[in-house]
Design a protein around this ligand. Sequence first.
Ligand code: SAM
Ligand code: DTB
Ligand code: SF4
Length: 348
Amino acid sequence: MNLKTEAEKFMMNSETLTTKKALEKSQKRDDLINSEILSKIQSIYSLPVPDLIFQAQSIHREYHDPNRVQFCTLSSIKTGACPEDCHYCPQSARYKTDIEVHSLLSKEVVIEQAKEAKSQGSTRFCMGASWRDLPEGKDFDSVVELIQSVKSLDLEVCCTLGMVNKDQAQKLAEAGLHTYNHNIDTSPEFYSEIISTRTYDERIETLQNIHQAGIKMCSGGIVGMGESSEDRQRFLAVLASMNPYPDSVPINALVPVEGTPLEKQQIIDPLELVRMVATARIVMPKAMIRLSAGRRSLSDEAQAFCFVAGANSIHTGEKLLTTPNAGINRDHELMNKLGMQTLEKARL
Ligand code: SAM
Ligand code: DTB
Ligand code: SF4
């Protein structure tokens, strides 16, 4: 083997890759973004914080009860061994992380978790699975049974199980699924830095299938993965340009997990999170804005600021899917301290 030639080849390949990435970055996905909505977001996002909060609170009060927050409990019904390469995720089989991998949980276990969640004040129960796409057959039938059982406890049932096709979406709707969570995660331009095994368009297609089946759409993403403010604004612009925009928008702050490519990423400045929440509230007034992952590293004051900015839901419980969460006691204490209450059901 001619080493020099191999080295040259490697250099050429990486040059081609870099050029491809640069091209991808320079080709903005304006087809997914309404330019008026983007301009609005650009001007709102950078407002002085008092003006931003004033606008967000005014809109929040028009559409929602400003003193109530919905508690939503997550359950990881199938954990780890995922074939995808999402750089933030401890459940990808490509990274060596310290999680407890398991196949689909039994109905009995999930029902117990759902009952416990309800007794602790949650009105929504969200089942997450580490699938690239929802499988057919036995697992699908079990998921349908889980949805029916959790719904019978008078809880809003939400699932996040990877990509779904039209037929599956229809069947999930028939089973009584209230909401499906499928995040676009970030801007179309930054996306390729984070995930290579699934396209942005595939994510949008799943959301369309969900919407067409009459299931409520939950879609949001993660901040603090190294994206720019422009990426954050374009991410919100994609969501707000959807017709209709999602019923529910989770804003996650990256939880950097050891073993993942983003393990060294710095925790985001909470004020950036406040700006994201407020901007999302202004451009998607009816949506439930869910303060999701990353709350554990937020102070009470920072969380309170997010509620004032328009967040009206949190993920409660000791765990999110695989990472530790704030814990139900801290959440109830926080509600008490703020004189706030839990929301019975989302208005939408
Ligand atoms: N496997 C399914 C999928 O990816 O569509 C569903 C589960 S997946 C874990 C749900 C969402 O959790 C991801 O889209 C991502 O936004 C969020 N997430 C995963 N790991 C995270 C982390 N370390 N920090 C913050 N959010 C994270
Ligand atoms: C969402 O946007 N955030 C939740 C929920 N949807 C399913 C999940 C957060 C997961 C955080 C990392 C973990 O615990 O594994
Ligand atoms: Fe798999 Fe979902 Fe994690 Fe991506 S975010 S690696 S698809 S479990």
